[in-house]
Design a protein around this ligand. Sequence first.
Ligand SMILES: Nc1ncnc2c1ncn2[C@@H]1O[C@H](COP(=O)(O)OP(=O)(O)OP(=O)(O)O)[C@@H](O)[C@H]1O
Ligand SMILES: [Mg+2]
Length: 258
Amino acid sequence: MSAIETSQVHLHIGGFQLKNVTLSIPSEKITAIVGPNGSGKSTLLQTMTRLLVPDQGEVLVQDKPLPQYKTMEFAKTVALMTQSKHTIPNLTVGELVAYGRSPYKRLFDHSNQEDKDIVQWAMEVTHTLRHENRMFHTLSGGEQQKARLAMALAQKTNIILLDEPTTFLDIAHQLDVMEMLVKINQAYRMTIIMVLHDLQQAANYCHYLVAMKKGEIQKTGNPKEVITAEFLKDIYQIEAKVRLEDEDYVNIMPLRKL
Ligand SMILES: Nc1ncnc2c1ncn2[C@@H]1O[C@H](COP(=O)(O)OP(=O)(O)OP(=O)(O)O)[C@@H](O)[C@H]1O
Ligand SMILES: [Mg+2]
């Protein structure tokens, strides 16, 4: 089953267009969306999460067209961590992560034990528990990124979309987040769809790759097969060496801009 399918999606926004986007994102796998700055990756995520409505075409989530979802039902199915760098005033990390539970709140049922346990779990897996009582805006960029990830995880959805989850993180924390996402994908069979700029991470941690350029899908498939020197030339206009090391590790060495 596909987690998300798009069929001939067209969308105009300002001077930009998503053109004829037809995709099938596999369920219970990790998918990377890659492509140059301004190629439409974040716009695509927004059309998949009802923040933008296509001019033409259809988006299905778990085989159901987006317009058929009720707001709370959708929030229990799909979580989105945006690329937004806006700071969030006057909230502690614990309060922010607890917002992830909003879709499950009932009248007169402010915080049940299950909500508390899930918020605790989300902070533990993202290693943000030590910041629980800190004000969000006082955290470093990387710490904020992890707290926002915890909030998305606390939504406990089948599908999670992450727009550049490793931006702002040092190399150790990047690996930490990627390994955490692999564990979550395996343990909970959560479908993870993320925008990544690091192609080496896309190749080595993701099962499926979607490459965009100028609002169109250029290529999809197994990242280890898709990411070649030719592909890097086509998508990014760079010369690079791509080597498969130790049988299974893709090593990408950018050489120069063409
Ligand atoms: N609300 C808007 N009004 C006008 N133009 C927009 C709007 N939203 C996006 N765009 C334009 O659409 C294009 C695609 O934007 P998008 O944010 O999807 O790119 P992206 O692939 O996520 O890039 P990046 O890697 O830099 O995050 C960009 O040129 C952007 O300026
Ligand atoms: Mg973006």
